[in-house]
Design a protein around this ligand. Structure first.
Ligand SMILES: *Cc1c(COP(=O)(O)O)cnc(C)c1O
Length: 376
């Protein structure tokens, strides 16, 4: 299976080095292959949502793989992209911006701006004629691990009015949406695309581009068929729904681009009397997202010599290193019965929303970075 992460010789070496801090293991080749996979399969422009993992190493590998356009949400993300990728194109797709943030976006030459209400559009003015305004559409669509429509987005009627307004101001009207992260249902995209076509027609506007967001799934589904089904549905629905007025398609994956390219290597600080394991990383560190997004517990445990523990699995509560009692994984994990203190615990598929969310609470959360192959 393509999602498998193996104990490669490099990983065994890292384990034998007994790192005191948790290690983010970066498989650059895996990231480059994933970028190629998106660019070959997606029927349009592939951009990268920087918030999933803004490490300069990631941005540089993506740029080398041909990704030149980045979805950014803040001046700091814009600067991170500018520093790592000269000549990058910026899509500023956080619809709520302070005056200083609007000025920063203009100074950085953002090419596309998302908006979801009229005050948000007003805050951008004046804009150079022809600047792309990507109206962020929101529908009550299910399918993601959690709903992205709670905070941002215009309902269909408001989106229609915004498209008309953008066109009337001499700007270039586009539509964008986000079906929710870790979304496995192609119909979530299908429903949005059909609605986008209806809204554009009602507004009497020809869409320059249709940005179908991120949300592409990773966990439990790095098997490629899942992505193909989504890409196919996006292409076929767009062709059918827009007839003569085909918009160019854009996507902005975060999670599905970068998740598989990293593993987190933690260590067992202690085994408690009840069998619970206390690790040197947890909910306040790189495992932050485990509380909110359900995921496969495909964890590998290794002895300090780098060999796999193969004892019969035991359901263990897993705690992080801080003193807070919420610092535990939501479900017990099935971990080997012969697991011991000092063992290494490898969490694959940890490239997205991991290091980006890690805090320094209680003096932990400082991860080191190592490059290594995670697949034989
Ligand atoms: C977070 C975000 C993304 C990336 O979402 P994933 O679920 O990680 O693919 C893309 N676009 C926008 C506007 C976002 O806010």
């Amino acid at each position: 299976m393509s999602s498998m992460t193996h104990i490669t010789p490099e990983i065994a070496d890292l384990v034998r080095g007994a790192p005191e801090r948790p290690v983010l293991i970066f498989d650059a080749e895996r990231l480059a292959r994933r970028a190629a996979r998106f660019q070959e399969g997606f029927p349009g422009l592939v951009t990268y949502a920087v918030k999933a993992n803004p490490l300069p190493e990631v941005l540089r590998v993506l740029a080398r793989a041909g990704i030149r356009t980045f979805d950014v949400a803040s001046p700091a993300e814009m600067q991170a992209v500018r520093d790592a990728v000269p000549g990058a194109v910026l899509h500023y797709h956080n619809p709520i911006r302070s005056p200083a943030e609007v000025a920063a976006g203009k100074a950085q030459g953002a090419l596309s701006w998302s908006v979801d209400d009229l005050p948000g559009l007003d805050r951008l003015m004046p804009l150079k004629p022809g600047t792309e305004i990507a109206v962020r559409l929101r529908l009550p669509v299910k399918g993601g691990a959690y709903d992205f429509g709670v905070k941002f987005g215009a309902d269909p009627e408001a989106a229609e009015a915004l498209l008309r307004e953008a066109a009337a101001r001499g700007l270039t009207p586009s539509l964008t949406f986000h079906p929710g992260t870790q979304c496995r249902d192609p119909e979530a995209w299908g429903a949005y695309i059909r609605a986008a076509a209806r809204i554009a027609a009602a507004a009497g506007v020809r869409l320059h581009r249709l940005n179908v967001g991120g949300g592409f799934p990773h966990w439990g589904s790095e098997d490629e068929a899942d992505l193909d089904a989504i890409f196919d549905r996006i292409g076929s629905t767009t062709r059918a729904a827009f007839a003569e007025a085909q918009p160019a398609l854009v996507c902005e994956p975060g999670r599905a681009m970068v998740a598989g390219a990293f593993a987190v290597l933690a260590r067992v600080k202690a085994l408690r009397g009840d069998g619970a394991a206390v690790l040197n990383d947890g909910i306040y560190g790189a495992l932050a997202e485990w509380r909110d997004v359900p995921r496969a517990a495909d964890v590998v445990v290794m002895a300090p010599d780098g060999t796999a523990r193969v004892g019969a699995p035991v359901a263990r509560i897993v705690y992080g290193p801080t003193c807070d009692s919420i610092d535990r994984l939501p479900q017990p994990l099935d971990l080997p019965g012969d697991m011991a203190e000092g063992d290494a615990v490898l969490f694959p598929g940890m490239g997205a929303y991991s290091a980006a969310l890690a805090t320094r609470f209680n003096g932990y959360g400082d991860l080191s970075l190592a490059e290594a192959r995670t697949r034989a």
